[in-house]
Structures are given as C-alpha cells and as structure tokens.
Design a protein around this ligand. Structure first.
Ligand code: URA
Length: 426
C-alpha cells in the first residue's frame, strides 16, 4: 500500500503505533530516495522521543534487512558465530576473539566498522598492520571462512543499505541514542550477514551509548528478542565501560595489546572478556566442549591470527607503526588510582588523531593513549601515568584537557572494584 511521509511522521509524532505497511513503505521509499532526508530526520526524532513497540521494532528491522542482500554460510563445514559490541574505549576484543574462536573450530564472519567520535573502529585498528586490507568480496569472505575460520572485514554495500543511509543521517541529526533505532540498526546487519549464533557485548558506563544498566538491559533484551525471532541463537552480556579496557586506546597500540593476549599475556580484563565472549560464542555454536583458554595457551589462537592477517594481505611479523611524538603525564601524588574515566580517555585518543570527526577523515595509525595503571593499582608520585602518542605535538594540549578530571589518585579507601561482566541476557 502507498503511504506518504507526512502521514507516517504525524502518526509517530502523535504517539501512534505504525502499521506494518507504513513501516515497509517508509523504509523502502527512503532507501530509493522517495522520502527526503529531512522527512526521515523528523521521523527518527519522533521515534527517539516516543519509542516503538516490540512489533514495530521487529518490522522495522525486517524492512531494513529486505532493503539489501542476505549472506548465506550454510555451505561451510563448520558452524558460525559472531560477536557485536555496542562500542567502547580500548575495546579491541574482536582482534583476539575472532582467531581464538576460529581455533576452537567455529567460523567467525565478523563484519566491522570504522570509528566515529570517541569510540574506536576495528577496521581502523587492523589497517595499522602493514598490507592488511578491509575490503573482501562475498566469495573471498566465504573462502577465508572455510580455510582460516575467521574474517574481519568491511560490510559490503549490499548489506542493509537502508541502515547505511539512515545511520549516516542519525549521526548528524542527534538521533543515534534511540533504543529502537540502535537495536534495529545492529540486528538488521547481523541477521542479513547470516551468522548462526550471535553474542552481543552491550557496554554500560561513561564511555558507552548506554549510561545506565536499565537502558543497557532494555537494549540487550530488545536485540536478543530480534535475533531469536529471526532464528539466530542470540545472547547478550552487559559489560562495564566506565573504565576503558586494557591499557591502550588507539590503533596500532591496540593491535599490539591484542597480540600480547594471543601470546598468552596481556591485561587481565582483556583476557577475561575475550574468554567470556568466546565461551558464549562456542556455546551458541554447539561447541562448548572446547575450552578457549587451552587454545590461547597452546598457541593455536596465535596461529589463526597470523593466518587471518596474511589471508587479507597483511604481514603479521611486520613492525607496527609508531607515533612521531609522545608526551608523558606523571602521577600527581602517591596513592591508589581510584578512577579512570572511559570517556576522558576515549576523547583524548580521538583528539590525538586515533579517531575521526567526519567519515572521510584519515586516522593516524600510531596515535593513542597508553595508561600505566588500572583502577585499584598503587601509583607513586612522579611515576608515568599516561603516555600520549601522536604525529602532531600540537594535539597534546587538547588531549590533556580531555584527560583533566578524568582520573583520581586517592588513599584507596574510596575504591571498590567493579565486575567487568554485569549481567547476561538470553
Ligand atoms: N552501531 C550500529 O551499527 N548502529 C547503531 O545505531 C549504533 C551503533
């Protein structure tokens, strides 16, 4: 049935429930250019303000899937599992996780994105590996999944084109943080991608889209229901993003930290989250008989990493790029690091050149922040607390402003450790 955009916008503005046919029409008409950007912006804002029912979100997701192609991995000789993180600071988990799960006998088709704003992008990180390329055809992706078991690459233009167009519009109209729009955006791509099972890492805290556990739980439950209804075994972990993950935020620095994890070392929180997500992915794919910790210890996850990087033209043995300039911030006093704010660190890394403000901006491979203590660690006055890295020393002042007030050193009595995994939904 044909509708018109003003009628659909008016229905949502007046807190009505959109019909299946209104949703199908508006998503298809926007994708082919018959609904203008300003009309879709108004509708996105009405959805942000007035919400959607589960039925509307399900239908909106289906309409976005129907706007493009669906991939099919049923010809592979092993089951598939994928992971999606809602985005955080220092979140390099995909890098060790994909080869680790592949080393356990489950194929990982990981379609990733680039960073925008203070959260990093997996493709930007991997592009710091000399020679590595993000663009693969569907046939190349399928062949690599069969031979190596893990692929991390850019989503092709054919997958959920409605989401591509709508996400770019939401980004510039203040309509990103709407649970119905985030859930349908993420799940349309994951369902169209064709994975058999999916683990969602829903971040909560200052460095995440979702600032409260209640909002994160609602987003997680909405996405789990969408996945389950589409026949994808889906679970979600709610994980802490008030503190950045590991000891690095940036591109090459995060690759180096991931390689440490694959070599059996690395920061304890990165190892913990990698293993927790790997266990969920293996359970979803019916392979919970394998312990991923064994595959980290015996070197087979590292072998899968090398194979995955080489298959996409990268040299896993090459030296990673380093920034031309560095600046050290020392601990102001002796005591315990009681707080390290994820948003402050993310913003600093971004201002140093690790992230981009506009889609077309380049990123610096060597830029980022390294912190030398985690909350709960003792620090001594004058000891290096942060190392800022950038190719341009004039970026340091703005990065220092971002870090200012983003950490506390105290006597430790006010410090209580928090759980990394807050809840599991599914
Ligand atoms: N990531 C997505 O893919 N879509 C959103 O809407 C938010 C985060």
């Amino acid at each position: 049935m044909a509708h018109d955009a003003v009628e659909v916008i008016g229905a949502k503005r007046d807190r009505g429930e959109l019909s299946d046919s209104q949703i199908d029409w508006v998503v298809a008409a926007y994708t082919r250019g018959d609904v203008a950007d300003e009309q879709m912006s108004a509708l996105a804002m009405a959805i942000l303000l007035n919400g959607m029912t589960r039925r509307e979100i399900g239908r909106w997701t289906a309409a976005m899937i129907a706007s493009g192609e669906r991939m099919d991995f049923s010809s592979l000789s092993r089951p598939t599992a994928d992971k999606h993180s809602t985005g955080g600071v220092g979140d390099k988990i995909t890098l060790p996780l994909a080869p680790l799960v592949a080393a356990c006998g489950v194929a990982v088709p990981q379609l990733s994105g680039r960073g925008l704003g203070h959260t990093g992008g997996t493709l930007d990180k991997l592009e710091s590996v000399p020679g590595w390329r993000a663009a693969l055809s569907n046939d190349e992706m399928l062949a690599q999944l069969e031979s190596v078991g893990a692929v991390i690459c850019a989503a092709g233009d054919g997958l959920a084109p409605a989401d591509k167009k709508l996400y770019a519009l939401r980004d510039v109209t203040g309509t990103v943080p709407a649970i119905p729009l985030i859930a349908s955006s993420i799940m349309s791509k994951k369902i169209a991608e064709g994975t058999g099972s999916l683990v969602l890492d829903v971040k909560v805290g200052t460095g995440a889209f979702m600032r409260t556990v209640e909002d994160a739980r609602e987003l997680a439950a909405t996405m789990v229901a969408l996945g389950t209804d589409a026949g994808v075994r889906t679970v979600a972990l709610l994980t802490d993003m008030s503190t950045p993950l590991g000891l690095t935020a940036g591109n090459a620095v995060e690759v180096a930290e991931s390689v440490e994890v694959l070599a059996g070392g690395g920061p304890a929180d990165v190892v913990e989250l990698t293993l927790a997500l790997a266990r969920e992915m293996l359970a979803g794919a019916g392979r919970d008989d394998v312990d991923p910790a064994d595959r980290l210890a015996d070197g087979s996850a590292m072998d899968a990493w090398r194979a995955m990087i080489s298959a996409q033209g990268g040299d896993p043995a090459a030296e990673l790029p380093t920034a031309r300039e560095s600046h050290v911030v020392s601990a102001p006093t002796s005591g315990v690091l009681t707080r390290l704010d994820a948003m402050a660190v993310g913003l600093a890394a971004w201002r140093l050149g690790a992230g981009r403000a506009r889609k077309e901006d380049p990123v610096q491979a060597g830029a980022g922040v390294v912190w030398h203590a985690r909350p709960g660690d003792d620090v001594r006055e004058g000891q290096p607390l942060f190392t800022l890295l950038s190719d341009d020393s004039e970026r340091f002042d703005r990065a220092l402003e971002a870090l200012d007030g983003g950490y506390d050193v105290g006597d430790g009595t006010s410090y209580t450790p928090t759980d990394l995994v807050i809840d599991r939904i599914g």
